[in-house]
Ligand binder design. Structure first.
Ligand code: AKG
Length: 207
């Protein structure tokens, strides 16, 4: 496991200190219809006091380096990943993550029983075009992503086609992909020349 990442991050200048809290009312939600059956929700500023969660995750989430196969070679995945072993009713999540999970579960009526996070240490870290594997077992899975830290472009394209939608999720924003967005569409976080650290907290459901 890598040492706790110590990456340059300046807390928001205007944010009062406080415990992170999700907006259970989903104020300002904007739904983007990708096609007749795939959609993406974006809620700007959904998580209040996001600085606190970002700092805590950066310091103490169980970050791991993982490997992936690329053109027949095993290479380091260009980001760190943390997973929380969470068994509803048995193993609890950290309180801020539980608040996020509970708000999403109530709004979207899914259990969101899988919680993980990606750490993009700088602009060299990325996620290549993909649809989430959960779509192999669930017809229309929801994938919810809370962005923390520096903004990165979040791209969506049809499985065969060029980028159709570019989101720019900022610190505390929520993005939820739904309908057939994991089957007929792909998403990516491209590399950029310069970026500070970003964490994406990702919630999925297994049924
Ligand atoms: O970091 C993000 O916003 C996207 C993460 C992602 O695509 C994934 O974990 O599969």
């Amino acid at each position: 496991m890598p040492d706790s990442p110590r990456l340059a991050w300046q807390a928001s200048l205007f944010e009062e200190p406080g415990a992170p809290s999700a907006d259970h009312g989903f104020t300002g939600l904007v739904r983007h219809h990708l096609d007749g059956t795939a959609w993406v929700d974006h809620v700007a500023g959904w998580l209040r006091h996001a600085d606190d969660l970002f700092g805590r995750l950066l310091e103490s989430a169980p970050w791991e380096e993982t490997e992936q196969e690329l053109y027949g070679r095993v290479v380091a995945t260009p980001r760190l990943v943390a997973r929380w072993p969470y068994v509803p009713g048995e193993v609890a999540l950290p309180p801020a993550l539980e608040d996020i999970r509970a708000a999403l579960a109530a709004h979207y009526e899914r259990a969101f029983d899988s919680v993980s996070a990606n750490l993009y240490r700088d602009g060299r870290d990325s996620v290549a075009w993909h649809g989430d594997r959960v779509a192999r077992t669930i017809a229309e899975p929801l994938v919810a992503i809370v962005s923390l830290g520096h903004p990165r472009r979040f791209l969506l394209r049809p499985r065969s086609g060029a980028t159709r939608l570019t989101l720019d999720p900022r610190h505390g924003d929520l993005v939820v992909m739904g309908g057939t967005s994991q089957r007929g569409w792909q998403h990516a976080i491209p590399k950029v020349a310069v970026a500070g650290p970003r964490i994406s907290v990702t919630l999925r459901h297994s049924y």
